[in-house]
Design a protein around this ligand. Structure first.
Ligand SMILES: [Zn+2]
Length: 269
């Protein structure tokens, strides 16, 4: 087990990486680690790219009382605490504003298309939680339905959050999320997001469960990765409130129009 100093050092290092990779700017974002007797977290309103050990704040295990530190804890700590409460397997949380992933969140898109095998294996789908005013219950309420089944979420018109058993894994998920958002955007710009078929997705999910990357309770039931007919859809809706965009090829469109006019004619005769 690592010492508290080592955990603080890890937070400093991950803050530096988030900033250097442009996943946060200015005073954005926050990081926390659950240790045996409390929560270590980044301070509010400072740039997380230039933290030092003494800036890390230690809070009580429920996140309400400061145990150690001269700075004040992040105002977004309740969001981290909700994740720790709901997920006993999680020991670290990263919140950032990755530009491409946040672009998806601002456009009202989840990152839930089965486009890249590695992403299905290591991250699964990333749903879009509804909008909530930062530092209020609105934000935690919007995230609640998604936390159990996913390891990273987009937050509408705000940013992203990822979590894991270690800070390294939570951070890795944030990197993968942003990388996947960039790849998805390029595919979109090229005019086609060609998704893997259900059979291929099932094989990847089987593989990730056998390899222990993700347990079967992470099978998301509403996204396009998986639709198990036997399981009724949950309340989770990834593109809550947004119309889904679809793309058709020219010949598919012609077929569709032909079919519609045929039906109309049949109706007339
Ligand atoms: Zn934020």
């Amino acid at each position: 087990m690592k010492s508290e100093q080592e955990y603080k050092q890890e937070i400093v290092e991950i803050g530096r990486r988030l900033y250097e990779r442009g996943l946060i700017v200015a005073g954005d974002g926050n990081i926390s680690i659950r240790v045996k007797d409390g929560i270590l977290t980044t301070p509010r309103s400072v740039c997380k790219g230039f933290l030092s050990l003494e800036m890390i704040v230690k809070m009580s295990p429920d996140g309400t009382t400061k145990l150690d530190g001269t700075y004040n804890a992040s105002t977004e700590l309740p969001m981290h605490m909700l994740i720790y409460q709901m997920r006993p397997d999680v020991n670290a949380v990263v919140h950032a504003h990755p530009p491409c992933g946040t672009g998806y969140a601002a456009a009202g898109f989840a990152l839930d298309k089965a486009l890249i095998s590695e992403v299905i294996l290591t991250l699964g789908c990333v749903p879009l939680a509804g909008y909530g005013t930062p530092s209020t219950n609105e934000i935690t309420d919007a995230m609640k339905p998604f936390i159990g089944r996913h390891d990273a979420l987009l937050m509408a018109n705000h940013g992203a959050v990822s979590y894991g058993s270690t800070l390294e894994s939570a951070y890795g998920r944030m990197e993968t999320l942003e990388h996947f958002a960039r790849i998805s955007l390029v595919a979109k710009l090229l005019g086609r997001e060609r998704e893997l078929g259900k059979e291929e997705v099932d094989k990847l999910i089987d593989l990730r469960e056998r390899a222990g990357y993700m347990s079967s309770d992470k099978r998301c039931q509403t996204c396009s990765f998986l639709s198990d007919e036997k399981t009724p859809p949950t309340q989770e809706k990834h593109n809550d409130g947004f119309e889904e965009l679809i793309t058709l090829t020219r010949s598919e469109l012609i077929e569709l129009v032909k079919h519609a006019s045929q039906l109309a004619q049949e109706g007339l005769s």
